[in-house]
Ligand binder design. Structure first.
Ligand code: DX5
Ligand code: ZN
Length: 214
């Protein structure tokens, strides 16, 4: 079954608990962490993850858009993150391996994220050791951007590698996922869809979440 991970980047941060309750029928809560260096935007961090943890039982899918993410992965685990994804462009291969091992030592799931310009092959050194691979379908940094359909061959290539070498690994897409783009993602092989504006702009959020499952 396709899973939906609504991005709270499109929520009202002054009413975050209320807006997290609105997505209680989803599978994960997608938390976008940005440092103003790896991406040209700054969002939320460890104290907010800790506060969110207290108001939902859904797994927290924390997308780190920060440089050298391994500096903070232990703190995000302790704050209550369940899945932590790190950009392959954000650190050396060696340090990313170390960070993944640290996340696993905390009993949490780890993942690798690819920006649009990064080729599918960049996941190969991590393929057997992660629980999630995230393919960006917009440039990371902001919600509400246009879906990049030309990322679908990358999703399909990674789906084939996952099926052959790590079938339990989840394949997530993030950016511009909406009722007119979700099926393309599912057909390409994604099984987790992140959606921010498409969820929070809907009048009936539970119905929109069901619709996005395809
Ligand atoms: C962008 C974030 C996304 C964003 C998606 O850098 O990683 O999670 O919130 O927003 P939509 O679904 O509106 O494109
Ligand atoms: Zn994200």
């Amino acid at each position: 079954m396709v899973k939906i991970s609504p991005s709270i980047l499109s929520a009202d941060f002054a009413n975050l608990e209320r807006d997290i309750q609105k997505i209680s029928t989803a599978d994960y809560v997608h938390v976008d962490v940005m440092d103003g260096v790896f991406v040209p935007n700054i969002t939320i961090g460890i104290p907010v993850v800790k506060s969110i943890r207290a108001v939902t039982d859904l797994p927290l899918d924390v997308h780190l858009m920060i440089v050298e993410p391994g500096r903070y992965t232990e703190q995000f685990c302790d704050a209550g993150a369940d899945i932590i994804t790190m950009h392959v462009e954000a650190d050396t291969e060696e340090r990313l391996h170390t960070a993944i091992a640290g996340i696993h030592a905390k009993g949490k799931r780890a993942g690798i994220v690819l920006k649009p310009a990064t080729p599918a092959e960049a996941v190969l050194p991590f393929l057997e050791e992660v629980e999630m691979i995230l393919v960006m379908t917009v440039e990371p940094g902001f919600g509400g951007q246009k879906f990049m359909a030309d990322m679908m061959p990358k999703v399909s290539a990674i789906r084939r590698w996952i099926d052959a070498r790590n079938p339990d690994c989840e394949l997530e897409v993030d950016g511009g996922v909406a009722p007119d783009t979700n099926r393309t993602c599912i057909e390409a092989g994604a099984n987790v869809l992140v959606a921010g504006s498409a969820v929070y702009k809907a009048d009936d959020i539970p119905a929109r979440i069901e619709l996005l499952r395809g």
